[in-house]
Write a protein that binds this ligand. Structure first.
Ligand code: ATP
Ligand code: FE
Length: 356
């Protein structure tokens, strides 16, 4: 089976072609991502209207590029998978409309995919990982622990109650005058800094469960920055590096401790081959990753991290999730709707909340 995948839920327009071989192993034939960072650079964040228009303009181009790179035509494709939520609704609509057009025109089955399921299933695309595994999704827009039991069966153990860590990295960069995206730049500064000079809060560690909070960290950083500025009329390079190091250490500690708790809940179910997998841009952070690897090793679980290009937004993960859903018998039709909110776990309180 060959699938065409489409992704347009945030600020990346992406298309990919994926083949599932007879033995069930997936092979990515092409994966094209057109980012929109430059379009939003002047606004300090993603502007939904600009994103939607850019997706509408770029989707066809991405599809053509993905097919060309795979040396295939639409005639070779057996199904179309598309992100149908959650995300910025204009972009999701653009993707769903494009996928419906292709599916109707070429007479292909259509599969709507939850963007978070795409991230959560990526470890099975890149590694030989069996269900159930524990997943930490940690990106610019999301932060949650999931037990992944199947392509349409997730249990959410907890997550952020406010900002996602990537968002906190980006805001920290902004507060310290570092360029966007903040994560890699804060990490670079942190390498030169002393993580013990400033002690930032580790919120919610005193409370049971896997919920996290990162917005207070940013406020603490702002306060400390302003104190230094008031004393010395500015920040030295060392001050900035120390602030970054202190901030990163706090995020690392919170994620590591909450991972310990999530692993405890997961291991209580006695999985045959315990695995914790990560996805999302923040998983690129070496210090954070090392913190998670240590906890995994201590608790006897193997640690799986897909390559970064598949951890951040892409369409190969959507095609792959589509393939698993297709195998389970999922099919959508021309009534497929774009959903701004769509929690993976339908018993989760996120149904009522922010959807993060
Ligand atoms: P989502 O995929 O949840 O919709 P997104 O597209 O913003 O959100 P990703 O593309 O997965 O998320 O990741 C981008 C985020 O990862 C940014 O917030 C960025 O600052 C952060 N990030 C990237 N590299 C690093 C790093 N080395 N350290 C910390 N954070 C990082
Ligand atoms: Fe994403």
């Amino acid at each position: 089976l060959i699938l065409l995948g489409l992704e347009s839920s945030c600020d990346d327009t992406a298309a990919a072609v994926l083949r599932i071989d007879a033995d069930g192993r997936p092979k990515i034939l092409s994966s094209v991502v057109h980012g929109q960072t430059a379009l939003h650079a002047d606004f300090g964040g993603v502007v939904p209207e600009i994103a939607a228009r850019a997706h509408a303009e770029k989707l066809d181009i991405c599809v053509r590029e993905a097919l060309t790179a795979a040396h295939l035509t639409l005639r070779d494709v057996g199904a179309v998978a598309v992100t149908s939520g959650p995300g910025l609704i204009g972009g999701v609509i653009a993707g769903v409309m494009c996928a419906k057009g292709i599916a109707a025109g070429a007479g292909l089955p259509l599969i709507g995919v939850n963007h978070l399921a795409g991230h959560a299933l990526t470890p099975r695309l890149t590694h030989d990982v069996a269900y159930p595994y524990l997943m930490l999704l940690v990106s610019g827009g999301h932060c949650q622990f999931l037990i992944v039991r199947g392509a349409d069966d997730f249990t959410r153990l907890g997550g952020t109650i406010d900002d996602a860590p990537g968002e906190a990295f980006d805001k920290t960069a902004r507060l310290l005058g570092l360029p966007q995206p903040g994560g890699p730049n804060v990490e670079r500064e942190a390498l030169k800094g002393d993580p013990t000079r400033f002690r930032f809060p580790r919120p919610l560690l005193d409370r049971p469960g896997c919920d996290m909070s990162f917005s207070g960290l940013k406020t603490a950083l702002l306060r400390t920055r302003d104190e230094i500025v008031a004393q010395k009329f500015g920040l030295t390079r060392q001050d900035r590096a120390d602030l970054c190091a202190g901030f990163q250490a706090a995020v690392r500690d919170v994620l590591a401790e909450k991972t310990r708790r999530a692993l405890t809940a997961y291991l209580a179910e006695a999985p045959a081959t315990p695995v914790i997998a990560v996805a999302g841009g923040v998983a690129a952070n070496t210090a954070i990753r090392a913190g998670l690897e240590t906890v995994a090793a201590e608790m006897g679980a193997s640690f799986v991290a897909p390559p970064l290009a598949l951890c951040t937004d892409n369409a190969a993960m959507i095609a792959y999730a589509g393939a698993e859903l297709f195998a389970l018998g999922h099919r959508d039709d021309m009534t497929l709707a774009a959903r701004p909110r769509w929690p993976l776990d339908h018993t989760s309180p996120a149904m009522l909340g922010s959807g993060k």
